[in-house]
Design a protein around this ligand. Structure first.
Ligand code: NAI
Ligand code: MG
Length: 478
């Protein structure tokens, strides 16, 4: 097949990036007491974008104090309908600055601009719009007769795969319920969280209601360990989640954890195959596979295995890998050198253990961290690539013969965040879905998100829900 190259179509909107960012504490930008700064780089070019303040214990202390003061002084006491106005303003400001935020997100994290523009940013705004509407209706999120009360100061720690969206998921319900916040973005992707701080200042959010402390795991640990924090909401690796659960045990802190996954994506031979292939591609190559709910274990009915492998082999050749700022790019940059090394190591283990690797053939850009869209056939359940979260554009394909075997294999994992099913039969969809141990089960679709729909896991994927009424309850005292 002749492949015609697309002309480059880079996004031309400019994002204002400062040379250096301080911490956002008590409504003001302030230098870190540590005196330390670190670079955030563009993973597609390896070039530094800005210098970011490193918050130490003393800085976290200042941020928590500001949040406590704002909680007691303004936020807890404010009429819920007034709180809603601030949240609406944040939503509108995100919408107004959507192009700029999309560019920032793509430059800082490496995801394709079409994803940050069409998914991350609009969905972030949608969460603020949705929860703004809840602020004065909280009694409807409670059991009859219970009065809705906020928890207090929430420490929120977010990862690098959906930096703005994960911040929005956590901030919007927390604010609607009357809590104040110290937000800790991931070290490789702080820029959109800092843009949110700018937005908070522009919409006159009372000082201290939202504080943003940048740094690494040490900063996060200081926030988790602070005795005046009432609730921790964490999204990230299972390993760090477990450490957080250990350190908060017995402290009375409320905790929600949204951790990793190794989702089963089940395709029956009777599935609408064109749609199923697109669903599989979206399930694993969206955001370079840096997705906790990625459909990374493809379980296909044996009789359809050959057809699916042939179709997938063709389909990945048509994915465009390259400059994330180009509007035609499907596969952007891997978020960091560290993550790229992890992906390479796990893919190496798959080859060593005897699985067959298929990759898109394309020239990788000379600079930046890139990995081609890939999948493995001849995968055994015991292979590392079938069990461990790769968090990259790498799919493992296994087969099954009966619906029961599909369910058994799907549930054979320590995780339980999401799953997908493709079949032409509605009854089979419903039947299988009820046996899958996963927080979200998508039927004949994948990666569908809506602010009104709860999201969260079982087992090593964590606990607690984000989104919907369920997400509100995690920020109300009970
Ligand atoms: P991580 O769990 O270390 O980082 C997530 C966030 O937690 C970051 O903001 C980080 O600064 C913070 N953090 C790190 N150590 C902490 C501690 N001891 N206390 C409090 N906060 C802490 O994830 P990492 O190392 O960036 O990625 C490793 C693997 O984790 C990935 O390869 C992927 O498999 C998985 N992961 C899963 C995510 C998800 O959405 N479920 C998101 C990010 C990573
Ligand atoms: Mg970066």
């Amino acid at each position: 097949m002749a492949i015609f190259e697309y002309a480059p179509a880079p996004e031309t909107t400019k994002a204002a990036i400062r040379e250096q960012y301080g911490l956002f504490i008590d409504g003001k930008w302030t230098a870190p007491r540590t005196g330390q700064y670190f670079d955030t780089v563009n993973p597609a070019t390896e070039e530094p974008l800005a210098r970011i303040a490193y918050a130490g214990e003393e800085d976290v202390e200042r941020a928590v104090r500001a949040a406590r003061k704002a909680y007691d002084k303004y936020w807890r006491k404010m009429r819920p309908a007034d709180r809603a106005k601030y949240i609406y303003r944040i939503a509108r400001a995100i919408t107004e600055r959507s192009r700029e935020l999309a560019v920032l997100e793509t430059m800082d994290g490496g995801k394709p601009i079409k994803e940050s523009r069409d998914f991350d940013v609009p969905l972030s705004a949608a969460h603020f719009f949705y929860y703004a509407g809840w602020a004065d209706k909280l009694e409807w999120a409670m059991r009859a007769g219970e009065e809705p009360k906020p928890i207090g100061v929430a420490g929120q720690i977010v990862p690098w795969n959906f930096p703005l969206l994960m911040a929005a998921w956590k901030l919007a319900p927390a604010l609607a319920c009357g809590n104040t916040i110290v937000l800790k973005p991931a070290e490789t992707t702080p820029l959109t969280a800092l843009a949110l701080a700018q937005i908070a200042a522009e919409v006159d959010l009372p000082p201290g209601v939202l504080n943003v402390v940048t740094g690494d795991g040490g900063t996060g640990a200081a926030l988790v360990g602070h005795e005046d924090v009432d609730k921790i909401a964490f999204t990230g690796s299972t390993e760090v989640g477990k450490a957080i659960q250990r350190s908060t045990a017995g402290t009375g802190k409320r905790l929600t954890l949204e951790l990793g996954g190794k989702a089963a994506h089940i395709v029956f031979a009777d599935a609408p195959m064109n749609q199923a292939i697109e669903g599989v591609v979206n399930g694993i190559y969206f955001n370079q596979g840096h997705v906790c709910c990625a459909g990374s274990r493809l379980l296909v009915e044996e009789s359809a295995h050959e057809e699916i492998v042939v179709r997938l082999t063709d389909r990945i050749q048509t994915l465009r890998l390259g400059n994330p700022l180009d509007k035609n790019t499907d596969v952007g940059a891997i978020n960091s050198k560290m993550q790229l090394d992890k992906i390479k190591e796990l893919v190496g283990s798959g080859v060593d253990e005897g699985a067959t690797l298929v990759q898109q053939s394309c020239v990788l850009p000379e600079r930046g961290y890139f990995f081609p869209a890939s999948f493995f056939t001849n995968v055994q359940q015991s292979h590392r690539i079938a069990r461990e979260e790769i968090f990259g554009p790498v799919l493992s394909i296994l087969t099954f013969r009966t619906p029961e075997e599909a369910v058994e294999k799907a549930n054979n994992t320590p995780y339980g965040l999401s799953a997908g099913i493709w079949t032409d039969k509605g009854s089979k969809n419903m039947y299988i879905a009820q046996y899958l141990r996963a927080g979200v089960v998508w039927c004949n679709t994948f990666n569908q998100f809506d602010p009104s729909s709860p999201f969260g896991g079982y087992r090593e994927s964590g606990f607690g829900r984000e989104g919907g009424v369920h997400g509100l309850r995690e920020y109300l005292a009970h």
